[in-house]
Design a protein around this ligand. Structure first.
Ligand code: PEP
Length: 246
């Protein structure tokens, strides 16, 4: 994968508790993962309970605004203050549960970068879109909003994640070829914007990545690591997925 450093991020979603935090602190102190950027995105309440330097922390979402009367939302500066280096934006569950639009996702990415966070920007199609043969036009629209809202410099500070919605939490992983096809499309899309940007852009695959399928997915030319849901909740599984990216 050229010179792009692999990245594996775990998204705990609304799962886990203090004892899982302790298990991750301990497990990573005892198992080195070399040459891979590892990120955990726990529920934000638990961010301050992590004590290890073995991985970076990220938010699962972030507001596009600085502060104010927005009950329940968290700002990029707050995440930074709690030690985050990353924030997931545009996860399909946020898009579905909270009606987040392509342009809002771009604003969230922009705000993250302004605060010094690396956004992990999620895109991906539903089964309907795939079955009707519209994958590239659908994802192209998600990417258009990013290119319209962010400068090339901002995009170069971002990470993309391709997450086919039909593969998230379903146990149906995209085949390595299906993943590679879309990753190649995404990189090609950015190459038309700026060749150097496209070359350096890390594009993660997400959707039912497990310890036993990670290696072949990560071996694809344009797959630079993964965004992991369910399998990020068990220390052993997550560590072996991280090691598979090396
Ligand atoms: C996700 O929600 O980002 C995800 C990839 O979930 P899972 O690994 O459980 O499919």
């Amino acid at each position: 994968n050229n010179k792009r450093k692999p990245l594996v991020a775990g998204n705990w979603k609304m799962n886990g508790n203090r004892s899982l935090v302790t298990a991750f602190n301990d497990a990573f102190e005892n198992n080195a993962v070399d040459n891979v950027d590892v990120v955990i995105c726990p529920p934000a309440l638990y961010l301050s309970a992590f004590s290890t330097q073995a991985f970076a922390l990220g938010g699962q979402d972030v507001s596009h605004l600085d502060n104010g009367a927005h009950t329940g939302d968290l700002s990029a500066d707050m995440l930074c203050e709690l030690g985050c280096k990353y924030a997931i934006v545009g996860h399909s569950e946020r898009r579905d549960d909270h009606g987040e639009s392509n342009s809002l996702v771009a604003e969230k990415a922009k705000k993250s970068i302004a605060s010094g966070l690396t956004p992990i920007i999620c895109v991906g199609e539903s089964l309907d879109i795939r079955e009707s043969g519209q994958v590239e036009s659908f994802i192209g629209e998600q990417l258009d909003a990013l290119v319209n809202g962010l400068t090339v410099e901002e995009l170069s500070k971002s990470v993309l994640a391709y997450e086919p919605v039909w593969a998230i939490g379903t146990g149906k992983t995209a085949s390595p070829e299906q993943a590679q096809d879309v990753h190649e499309f995404i990189r090609g899309y950015f190459a038309k914007v700026d060749a150097e940007l496209a070359q350096g852009l890390r594009i993660l695959y997400g959707g039912s990545v497990k310890a036993d399928n990670a290696k072949t997915l990560f071996a694809q030319q344009d797959v630079d690591g993964g965004l992991i849901g369910g399998a990020s909740l068990k220390t052993e599984d997550f560590i072996s997925i991280c090691q598979a990216a090396n």
